[in-house]
Design a protein around this ligand. Structure first.
Ligand SMILES: Cc1ncc(COP(=O)(O)O)c(C=O)c1O
Length: 432
């Protein structure tokens, strides 16, 4: 008898990490485990869940869609669920973004944005305008192109040879300011690097890619809005596309539907994923302006965008996304986000002065504590201790090294969020 195939778990070490926990059911903010525990999912299952697990409205929409049309090739065909989604997204995305291209997840949404930017200039007979600028501490996914624009980290360390070169510029990481200044008195001098680069090389540069206002996996780093605004102005001035990777920040996480809304910025290309289906199914979308798309409107077949994935525009994922957006339309989602934001502010203020806490940060529904340790970074030894400590107390939090963040589904009740912070506070007092 052959032994069973063994699941290879992501971002896990099969020797050092504990065995995966078997989840049998999930409901609202809780994961129910096979051994009878109830765990609060305080990170929305890798930042995807919005309205709670097993949300009945989204579940029903998927079931209904499955009975009618589960999937159809999107090349040469379209379907109502995809058309409805394009219609519904229109209401929320910046007006100047007029086209959308479906893909499978955040990484592929980023790949599409990069390829569109590069091919745009290629189609206009400017093949030399193909370089990409990306930020320190950036994270854009794990496929080769997304990994190239992501900053060096333990995630990319083994794959240097597969990463294509990009220009790496400072991010506005105020707690560890790259130019040694203080946010209270600075004038966003960290942006001068990208300013100089664009002044020198704009003819070779196709796009600047940023995670707007919040760099996620790189350490939950919150940027001043002025940084994004200045990058936008520089891109416009130098005729370089701005790609906003809203894969994490989209769908209300920052308190607005998109982070770009908070800064009043319209990118040329925007990547969305994660929350788009409310956390039910994988889907990526890349939006772009009419100008970006115009270079593909051509009688030359080689000017077509030859890119697509088998499940592109999947009807079940579209139905889930439509149901998600209906919830935004008829439930008080932003009031829920506001309640979460207020609790973050209150509880972060209570721990800010602990000497173990280096900085607290917050953006909308995301609360962050950067802890003082001797080995900061993703591989900080503290991470594993905290992860186990939280789980033993029924809370799923996955610190990014010494950075603990709370990114709950909007369905979380105030007392559940307070419970999460009680456990974090206990950890600061006892583990650190
Ligand atoms: C900003 C950002 N971009 C892209 C990605 C990649 O998304 P996915 O994991 O769905 O490929 C992530 C994932 O965390 C992300 O945070």
């Amino acid at each position: 008898m052959s032994s069973a195939l063994r699941i290879w778990h992501p971002f896990s070490n099969s020797v050092l990490d504990p065995a995966p926990i078997r989840v049998t059911k999930a409901e609202g903010v809780f994961l129910h485990t096979a051994d009878g525990r109830r765990i609060i999912d305080a990170i929305s299952s890798w930042w995807v869940n919005l309205h709670g697990h097993a949300n009945p409205r989204i579940a029903a929409a998927i079931a209904e869609q499955a009975r009618n049309l589960e999937h159809v090739i999107l090349a040469g065909f379209t379907h109502d669920a995809a058309e409805e989604l394009a219609e519904r997204l229109r209401k929320w995305v910046p007006r100047d973004l007029t086209h959308l291209f479906f893909s499978d997840d955040g990484s592929t949404a980023v790949e599409v944005a990069l390829k569109l930017a590069v091919q745009h200039f290629q189609n206009l007979s400017r093949p030399e305008k193909r370089e990409i600028v990306a930020l320190e501490h950036g994270y854009h996914g794990d496929t080769a192109g997304a990994m190239s624009v992501s900053d060096e980290s333990p995630f990319t360390q083994a794959f240097q040879s597969m990463r294509y070169p990009v220009h790496r510029v400072h991010s506005a990481y105020c707690y560890r300011c790259p130019v040694g200044l203080n946010r209270q008195s600075c004038h966003i001098e960290c942006v001068q690097q990208v300013e100089q680069l664009l002044a020198e090389r704009a003819d070779q540069i196709a796009a600047v890619i940023v995670e707007p206002l919040l760099q996620g996996a790189g350490g939950m780093i919150v940027h001043p809005v002025e940084f994004l605004q200045k990058v936008r102005a520089l891109c416009t001035h130098h005729d370089v596309f701005l790609i906003a990777d809203e894969v994490l920040t989209g769908f209300g996480r920052t308190g607005k539907m998109f982070a770009c809304d908070l800064a009043n910025v319209t990118p040329d290309l925007m990547c969305i994923s994660k929350g788009i289906t409310g956390g039910f199914l994988a889907m990526g979308v890349t939006l772009c302006s009419d100008r970006v798309e115009s270079a593909f409107r051509s009688e030359n077949r080689l000017h077509s965008f030859y890119h697509g994935h088998s499940y592109t525009g999947n009807a079940l994922a579209c139905a889930a996304a439509n149901a998600n957006l209906r919830i935004f339309d008829d439930e008080p989602v932003f009031a829920r986000i506001d309640t979460i934001a207020k609790i973050h502010a209150e509880r972060l203020a209570q721990v800010r002065d602990f000497h173990q806490v280096g900085e607290t940060r917050q953006l909308g529904s995301i609360g962050v504590l950067e802890l003082r340790v001797d080995d900061p970074g993703y591989l900080s030894s503290l991470r594993h201790k905290l992860y186990s400590f939280f789980l033993e107390r029924g809370v799923l939090l996955r610190p990014l090294g010494n950075v603990v963040y709370v990114l709950p589904p909007y369905a979380i009740e105030p007392e559940q969020l307070h419970r999460v912070y009680d456990v974090i506070t206990e950890a600061i007092e006892t583990v650190l």
